[in-house]
Design a protein around this ligand. Structure first.
Ligand SMILES: CC(C)(COP(=O)(O)OP(=O)(O)OC[C@H]1O[C@@H](n2cnc3c(N)ncnc32)[C@H](O)[C@@H]1OP(=O)(O)O)[C@@H](O)C(=O)NCCC(=O)NCCS
Length: 263
């Protein structure tokens, strides 16, 4: 069983440990997260993408999410945030680049005013967060995204829990397809995230009918923010998941104290 631990603050001596994935929840609309100086942490590619947003709120959120991602990676790598080398794999999945490739693995997700950053020191992982809301075409989406077993589990939820059940199942599947990097190109109906699990941890099965086999990730439901569903696909070997609220000040203080390595 993978233990999920929720902490109120990041310990001053926090380090990413091989057996424990770390998950940071970022409130994108807070003053600290969206301060103008956060833009200075982004690389050229991120600034170009930020500039493409026509709606100021969305631009601020993008900058806040990417600055937070950089601060978290910087803390785990003992590096200055603007020096974290972020590249993109051929399938589009962002990854550490250059000589830091494989130093650790990360994934980012955002929805409305919330972003989540997940880190692992042992392998690729995927994370997804979604604001729970009523989808007018939920049945059509479910037909395209969920296996019969997953749909049956959603339908068994009472009507008041139905939207939550839908987004819980959605975030589980999206966390997994983000772990592999396939994203929405994945054969969604050939992937089943165990809908019958009695715990928050689920196996992933690939294939249809008798030819299914389990893959090397486990999917966990996370309770991060009220009104949002979230899930993490953690690599085999993960023993614990540590969840922290993101506070730029916690991470910034080390930089200001000169504790950063400037490689
Ligand atoms: C990966 C994907 C599922 C993310 O969907 P989303 O609704 O934007 O969800 P999230 O907010 O959870 O994730 C976005 C983050 O995932 C990361 N990401 C991007 N591509 C990724 C991939 N292939 N695998 C894992 N993570 C990826 C990025 O950090 C991105 O953040 P950014 O846009 O601020 O840089 C979706 O973009 C996808 O399927 N991409 C690959 C296929 C593709 O390009 N399809 C075109 C549209 S169908």
């Amino acid at each position: 069983m993978i233990a999920v631990q929720y902490s109120a603050a990041l310990p001053a001596d926090w380090q990413l440990r091989p057996e424990a994935a770390a998950v940071f929840t970022i409130e994108l609309d807070g003053d600290a997260a969206s301060s103008p100086s956060e833009r200075d942490l982004l690389d050229e590619g991120e600034r170009v993408r930020a500039a493409r947003f026509q709606i100021p709120l969305l631009q601020r959120r993008y900058i806040a999410a990417h600055a937070a991602l950089r601060r978290v990676l910087a803390r785990a790598l003992s590096l200055a945030p603007e020096r974290v080398p972020i590249g993109v794999r051929s399938d589009g999945k962002p990854t550490l680049a250059g000589e830091l490739a494989g130093a650790l693995w990360f994934n980012l997700s955002h929805s409305a005013g919330v972003a989540v950053v997940a880190l692992s020191a042992i392998g690729e992982l995927g994370v997804d967060v979604e604001e729970i809301h009523r989808l007018p075409d939920a049945d059509d989406v479910a037909e395209r995204v969920f296996t019969a077993g997953e749909r049956a589990a959603i339908e068994r939820a009472s009507s008041t829990r139905c939207d939550r059940a839908f987004f819980a199942a959605w975030t589980r599947k999206e966390a997994y397809i983000k772990a592999t990097g396939e994203g929405l190109r994945a054969p969604l109906l050939d992937i089943q995230i165990d809908p019958e699990s009695s715990s928050d941890e689920r196996a992933v099965l690939h294939g249809r009918g008798a030819s299914t086999s389990e893959v090397g990730w486990r999917v966990l439901d996370l309770e991060l923010v009220p009104g949002f569903a979230a899930a993490l696909a953690a690599p085999r070997g993960t023993a614990a998941v540590e969840c922290y609220p993101y506070a730029a000040a916690d991470l910034r203080s080390r930089a200001e104290s000169g504790a950063w390595c400037s490689r």
